[in-house]
Design a protein around this ligand. Sequence first.
Ligand code: ATP
Ligand code: MG
Length: 558
Amino acid sequence: MADLNEKEKNENTGEAVSSNFIHNIIDKDLENQKYGDKVYTRFPPEPNGYLHIGHAKSICLNFSTAKKYGGKCNLRYDDTNPVKEDVEYIDSIEEDVRWLGFNWTERLWASNYFDKMYEGAVELIKKGKAYVCDLTADQIKDYRGTLTEPGKESPYRNRSVEENLQLFEEMRQGKYADGEKVLRAKIDMASPNINMRDPVIYRIAHATHHNTGDKWCIYPMYDYAHPIEDAIEGITHSICTLEFEDHRPLYDWVLRELGWWSAPPQQIEFARLNLTNTVMSKRYLKALVDNGDVEGWDDPRMPTIAGLRRRGYTPEAVRDFCERIGVSKANSMVDISLLEHCIREDLKEKVQSRNVVENPIKVIITNYPEDKTEEMEIENNKEVPEMGSRMVPFSRELWVDGEDFQEIPEKKYFRLFPGNEVRFKGAYFLKCNEVVKWGDGTIKELHCTYDPETKCGSGFEGRKVKGTIHWVDAKTAIRIMIRAYSYLMIPDEKGENVMNPDSMKELIAYAEPALADAKPGERFQFFRHGYYIADEKLTTEKQKVFNRIVDLKSSWKK
Ligand code: ATP
Ligand code: MG
């Protein structure tokens, strides 16, 4: 995959720009002046759901290709299906494209070209290249043949041009019911490519269209409409996913038979993105939303762009991911750990660290004065000294993470256990002397002693300890809610992807007081835990709710 996507330097800016097989095609076309110096692409979503990470790949490819060549890229809604327009979907699509960092040249609707498409259909009929067929949908399927057998010609195939013109006109006027008649391209029922066996190009649908209202009761099929949309807009390179490869001869046929354009667009296919541990079909995602299996299209577990955004992903990380996976002709499955790697890489040097403990255990420092509080200076990001430091209160009672204490330590456990000394990050060395328990045997608190000589930053260079743990001052700690997410989909015992029943856990954690100021949408590293974002919807002045974007451990292997 990677070898198809070599990096090169932009001659003008010196910026690294990526290249791929599509760019190689464009380079050749520019050399041959196939479209002059023009490079014009489009992103054509059907507004029937929210965009997902697979669409992000297409968006990045189309918009950055246009950008690379100083060309243009349109946002075009594929609304040839007279389904009710959903403003929510339209708004979300535009928000997502902009959030990814792109701007369309023009925003257009396929339905704006219905007149032209109709005109084209009439033209094809006049040329003897299209006919009205009365077979039912099932019959058309039966007549189509198989991969190994040629199809059978429709008994309506040899209607005269006059009859076809009249019937098509009557279809348009609403004389027939849905499915009663269709218009078919007259190509070749014996073609090895089933898409060329007299495909349906217009169907009857008595439905109100959001844009054209009741003007039409016949609607063009995708394979007929798409090349015309591209050609009208002057698209040069119509990039789509691999499933359309077998449709390309039809795409070319439509443009050739109409003959209206001297340099018609060309379709180029690339492999769609498939990601492990999630699901990428709008229909499936819509079902999750409709069933209430998730909290909406922007649920942080969803692979939608809205979900990734709310989860805490950045546009930079998503773009980086799309770049790294490259553009290829071969379908493959990308491991979701690569996406996680990209967000870690992006946040590593951008966000500040905070101390947060989960499953807290109380620590009492028995030799520390009761009424004393010290302010410990802790760096905000140890990779980026310029990000400065903050003062964190430290006193006699602290919270430590449940993970950082073992009463009976396993092998190679260097954190807190009875008799062991560890460094409390940014503070002192503490030794655990006693485990105090409740009546039911659960841990109430750990009694520790600190060594005043070991204060961090005091120039102490004495004995080494093997473990360093973080802590939160009990007196000033705030309670926060953490939403810990794991994969949306996991394989069941048969190996089939099913929704993960444990895809979200809510837990209460204790945090240093600075987190009380966290604004919705603000991201942090929770020291030794992972990257988190204050949830945009649920975080209030009083209650801080953090989504876990990703943990710190990377399972991504190059
Ligand atoms: P879905 O199958 O999820 O409903 P779709 O392909 O029907 O998606 P469209 O709105 O028609 O959704 O897609 C808009 C554009 O995004 C198309 O050009 C399509 O090829 C592209 N696209 C959709 N899914 C992917 C994917 N997984 N990887 C790359 N491109 C994709
Ligand atoms: Mg589609």
